[in-house]
Design a protein around this ligand. Sequence first.
Ligand SMILES: C[S@@+](CC[C@H](N)C(=O)[O-])C[C@H]1O[C@@H](n2cnc3c(N)ncnc32)[C@H](O)[C@@H]1O
Length: 254
Amino acid sequence: MRRDHEFAPPYPGEVLARELWTRTRVGLGERGTPFDWHAVFGRDARRVVDLGCGNGRWLIHSALARRDVDHVGIELVPPAVKMASLRAGQRGLTNLKIAWGDATEFILERAAAESLDEVHLYHPQPYYDPTKRARRQLTPAVLLAIWRALRPGGLFVFQTDNAAFARYARKIAPALFEWRELATPWPDAPKGRTLREIEARSRGLAIVRAEATKLALEPLEAERRASSQPEPDFDADRPAFARRKSARRGGRGR
Ligand SMILES: C[S@@+](CC[C@H](N)C(=O)[O-])C[C@H]1O[C@@H](n2cnc3c(N)ncnc32)[C@H](O)[C@@H]1O
């Protein structure tokens, strides 16, 4: 795995003395087991989830800035989980846990209705290969699950540097959310909230950032609206630099 500091600014916060490090890994247990926030954090606070948190840069930034908010990041790739949990633990955080697992399964099956305050999805993989499109992290079912899991007025934050993915999110999200795009970088992290954002900006890619507020709808109406949205079977328009990289690797790509 690429080391984070090769091209990115340092992680937020400071590494504490070793005796102050915290344990920030959390297991998800059997598939479908509801996530027990109270048992994990020992309190009832506002709750934030990052679906596919990568190396956890944004979560660490947010958890340091908002000690009164509990955060969970779910990530599929073990080295990223290790990096995120190590960096969070070195900062002594007690309001952030990192779980190895499938974030889609988490939001579909482990998040109780109206139990979360924010759900963040930064730079979901576009999956250029048509045979992998089913792995895309935003679908009408996931959008509905996010809507359901959020408390009234809850926030869905979405960000991508893939133009086709941005068009798709812009098309389906307004069915269940009030969708607002930001014209400028996040004021709380002007250089970028996540590693992928920093990397994409260094390559000159345009970033689409949106904050979407849960619409007040009856659950049946939300289901009806979600079911009329298209599946994410769009062509992700692999950018030229990624085409060159994939050609060098013999055509394998995400
Ligand atoms: C392009 S990276 C972005 C990482 C991070 N959000 C960022 O912006 O830097 C996409 C991440 O999503 C993770 N991912 C993809 N599908 C996932 C899933 N179903 N569950 C959890 N993580 C997933 C990948 O392993 C990868 O770390």
